[in-house]
Design a binder for this molecule. Structure first.
Ligand SMILES: Cc1cc2nc3c(=O)[nH]c(=O)nc-3n(C[C@H](O)[C@H](O)[C@H](O)COP(=O)(O)OP(=O)(O)OC[C@H]3O[C@@H](n4cnc5c(N)ncnc54)[C@H](O)[C@@H]3O)c2cc1C
Length: 289
């Protein structure tokens, strides 16, 4: 049962950070509450103060500036899914957001909450890595930026200080002839395997391939050795190297056995989804000027 708590509603990032510093372990930031209230209802965690951040104006703003999409951390999955700006410039991101959870969760759950909770079976943390996205972390009086891949420390653990807020996510607009594809598989409520691929290509050559794998192990991760194997090759050579790439990605994914399947099964699926996502990204990149 949910224990009583006091709801704080600071109007600014600085004041939210000060409340975190003042209350320490007895307080937690509260965005959509789809994860937080669940664990509190189950009695796994208790807080005397919940700090609602959805009323802080900067956290619900979204815009493209200087070729970078800035997404306020308290923007919901539903807003991202339905945004014409995201649909136009980041169709894969809009599509992935449209397939997060169910509409009730998407309506209130936020992108910032998703990343900060670091539940391993989640989509955006994997996808955002092949965009080379970064997160802005702020506390009273200071701020820093971190690549998304460095945010994740372990399952349910992120590199965020006690009095820091994740305030926004920055996603660079893709360069011409680049496309991103994301494939996931799962039979439970949350995804069991997620693979994101970004390809920059002309018909003759793959200039760069970026790959991130998530859901199978504790944290989503970039696979740079596999990227190096495929980047710079002609398409026929890359396809020829795909079997090796699939095996390398499966092994490097750090898959664990759990309710979603055995480690071997997940490693195999990583390879299958890699091939599918690669082909989709390549074909799309050729028609993306
Ligand atoms: C049934 C179900 C199915 C789901 N399926 C999927 C799925 O298919 N794919 C997927 O990716 N996800 C899935 N999810 C996860 C869902 O996306 C998250 O629950 C949601 O995004 C969390 O956002 P929130 O705003 O509700 O976070 P909250 O519950 O409010 O917060 C989560 C945690 O993050 C912290 N936090 C929140 N915002 C910030 C911030 N700005 N700075 C610092 N810390 C912060 C909070 O203190 C808390 O610890 C599912 C969830 C449910 C319940």
């Amino acid at each position: 049962m949910l224990q009583p708590f006091r709801l704080e509603e600071p109007p600014s990032i600085g004041e939210a950070s000060q409340l975190l510093a003042r209350y320490g372990d007895s307080a937690k930031l509260y965005a959509g509450g789809t994860e937080l209230l669940l664990v509190m209802k189950e009695g796994l965690l208790q807080y005397e103060h919940l700090i609602n951040i959805k009323l802080i104006p900067e956290l619900t703003r979204m815009a493209i500036q200087d070729g970078v999409l800035h997404i306020g951390a308290a923007i919901t999955h539903r807003t991202l899914e339905q945004s014409p700006l995201v649909q136009r410039h980041f169709p894969t991101l809009a599509g992935v957001e449209a397939n997060v959870a169910n509409v009730r969760v998407r309506e209130v759950g936020t992108l910032g909450g998703n990343l900060c909770f670091a539940e391993p079976h989640a989509d955006p943390g994997t996808l955002l890595q092949v965009y080379d996205a970064t997160v802005q972390l702020e506390r009273h009086g200071s701020s820093r930026q971190l690549p998304v891949e460095e945010l994740f420390v372990d399952s349910f653990e992120v590199d965020i200080e006690e009095d820091e807020l994740l305030t926004s996510i920055q996603v660079p607009v893709l360069v011409p002839n680049t496309a991103v594809a994301y494939r996931k598989f799962g039979f439970l409520e949350r995804p069991s395997v997620g693979v994101a691929v970004a390809v920059t290509a002309t018909p003759e050559q793959l200039h760069t391939v970026k790959l991130a794998v998530g859901c199978v192990g504790p944290i989503p991760r970039r696979m740079r050795e596999v990227e190096d194997l495929l980047s710079g090759k002609g398409i026929d050579d890359a396809r020829g190297a795909m079997e090796t790439a699939m095996q390398m990605a499966g092994q490097a994914a750090d898959a664990v056995t759990d309710l979603h399947g055995s480690a071997e099964y997940k490693a195999y699926l990583v390879g299958v989804l890699l091939r599918q996502a690669f082909e989709e990204a390549y074909e799309t990149a050729l028609v993306t000027a």
